[in-house]
Design a protein around this ligand. Structure first.
Ligand code: MG
Length: 266
């Protein structure tokens, strides 16, 4: 597809995915660094939404800033924070919650005044856990068979890293689902629109000129469409195998492919 200015509607803001769009693992994506710096300089606001529950908004902000991508922690919406807020609406205060996940998810749950436990729990919340074990799987299985609520921060099967991929939180969700005889989790992250809608309210921009940026059609592009935004797929991260039921409005090689003329004048 040719990205001539004529074909681009005016862009007033972006909501962007992180992994595979701004960086791969510890490695920044050069074209993304240039693009976000330019947008920051010309006053195009942006927020980030990530299914990755292993870091807090402050930690993601430090990581991006160290890569020369200006990022305000208030404009980084993580699946761990939104999942914790969702549980707060679904459970009684001080309910017992089992967390399969890393420090950022444990902290997000603890901040909502839940009791973190692995026996007699009211809910099991699962994100990416790099120390996932058979024992944790057994505890989650036991909890679900006794009727605990099952919540997943995200369904991603894989996560891009510097030199390839690692298994994503969705792989752990599938293991628990299988072990519990098919109990499916409530998913908070993309492709559901919760994170994107939260980002939109933080930005306060018009949905009609706010664009969703992502590398994955089945998560980012679906979430953007579900939130009513125009979508751009960038080919710097996970390249999925189709066919897909939806397609992005724009499909670009890298973020520098978006022409300067597409931006709304201030
Ligand atoms: Mg991604």
């Amino acid at each position: 597809m040719k990205n001539s200015i004529k074909n681009w509607p005016k862009i007033s803001a972006f909501i962007s995915d992180l992994d595979g769009v701004t960086y791969r693992g510890k490695k920044p994506i050069e074209s993304a660094v240039n693009a976000f710096r330019l947008w920051n300089d010309i006053g195009i606001p942006y927020a980030f939404v990530t299914n990755n529950s292993t870091k807090s908004a402050e930690e993601f902000s430090s990581k991006l800033n160290a890569m020369n991508i200006p990022a305000d922690p208030k404009k980084i919406i993580t699946s761990s924070a939104v999942a914790a807020q969702k549980l707060k609406k679904m459970l009684k205060p001080k309910s017992r919650v089992m967390v399969i996940g890393e420090k950022a998810l444990v902290e997000a749950i603890a901040e909502c005044n839940f009791t973190i436990a692995d026996e007699n729990v009211d809910a099991v919340i699962t994100g990416l856990d790099r120390s996932f074990t058979h024992k944790k799987l057994a505890k989650a299985q036991e909890a679900l068979l006794k009727g605990a609520l099952f919540v997943g921060t995200n369904p991603d099967f894989m996560l891009p890293k510097d030199d390839g991929f690692e298994p994503g939180a969705g792989s752990i969700l599938k293991a628990i689902e299988f072990a519990s005889g098919g109990i499916k989790p409530i998913i908070i992250g993309k492709p559901n629109p919760d994170l994107v809608l939260k980002a939109l309210s933080v930005l306060g921009t018009e949905p009609s000129s706010t664009f969703m940026l992502g590398d994955q059609i089945q998560t980012d592009i679906m979430a953007g469409k579900a939130a009513g935004l125009k979508t751009i797929r960038v080919q710097t991260g996970v390249i999925e195998k189709g066919p897909f039921t939806i397609s992005p409005d724009f499909d670009i090689e890298n973020l520098e492919s978006i022409p300067l003329g597409a931006f709304a004048k201030k």
